[in-house]
Design a protein around this ligand. Structure first.
Ligand SMILES: CC(C)(COP(=O)(O)OP(=O)(O)OC[C@H]1O[C@@H](n2cnc3c(N)ncnc32)[C@H](O)[C@@H]1OP(=O)(O)O)[C@@H](O)C(=O)NCCC(=O)NCCS
Length: 148
């Protein structure tokens, strides 16, 4: 498996939108992804496996904090370590850009993502009640206080 990462670009959008519709019950709009192309505070990557887009993820730079905004892997490509490699790449870039900590929100029922983040050093620090408007689900707020 040859895995590489590229900054999100216009030509990635059709694949990214297809994956997003498959994995997310409240998918980001095309406009939301387009915002990542131009937002100067955004780092947004696609993971390319053997020439095909297998997933994507990104963060916003908030001073010394990398706020992870979205992470997803195409269902047929899940459970092959790509999500972990993508997160490690995002963390590496955040460190290179001077960020020292990172936070994210995750649905309380999303065991796969919670496990992935815990393995990378994020801890659950609080809960936002009924954060997700589509099903009123709570969000867990996770932090990694020391990216190093
Ligand atoms: C969460 C997600 C990004 C994980 O990506 P992935 O490439 O499948 O994850 P990896 O193969 O790198 O797994 C890394 C670790 O995460 C955990 N994990 C991943 N998928 C899991 C699952 N279905 N069940 C339990 N643990 C899981 C495991 O601890 C795994 O390590 P292991 O395989 O050695 O046991 C992927 O499931 C996904 O895209 N889900 C839909 C979108 C989503 O929920 N995004 C997160 C929003 S906050």
């Amino acid at each position: 498996m040859v895995l590489r990462f590229e900054k999100l670009a216009e030509n990635h959008l059709p694949d990214v939108l297809r994956i997003e519709a498959e994995v997310n019950t409240a998918p980001w709009s095309e406009r939301a992804f387009r915002n990542e192309l131009t937002n100067p505070e955004s780092c947004f990557l696609v993971a390319i496996v053997d020439g095909q887009i297998a997933g994507y993820g990104g963060y916003w730079r908030c001073i010394d904090e990398a706020h992870v905004t979205n992470v997803a892997i195409d269902p047929p490509k899940q459970r092959q370590g790509i999500g972990r490699r993508l997160m490690l790449e995002l963390i590496e870039r955040a460190k290179e850009e001077g960020m020292t900590c990172s936070t994210l929100e995750v649905r309380a029922s999303n065991e796969a993502a919670i496990k992935l983040y815990e393995k990378l050093g994020y801890d659950v620090v609080s809960r936002r009640k009924r954060y997700y408007p589509d099903n009123q689900e709570d969000a867990l707020v996770m932090w990694c206080h020391d990216l190093a």
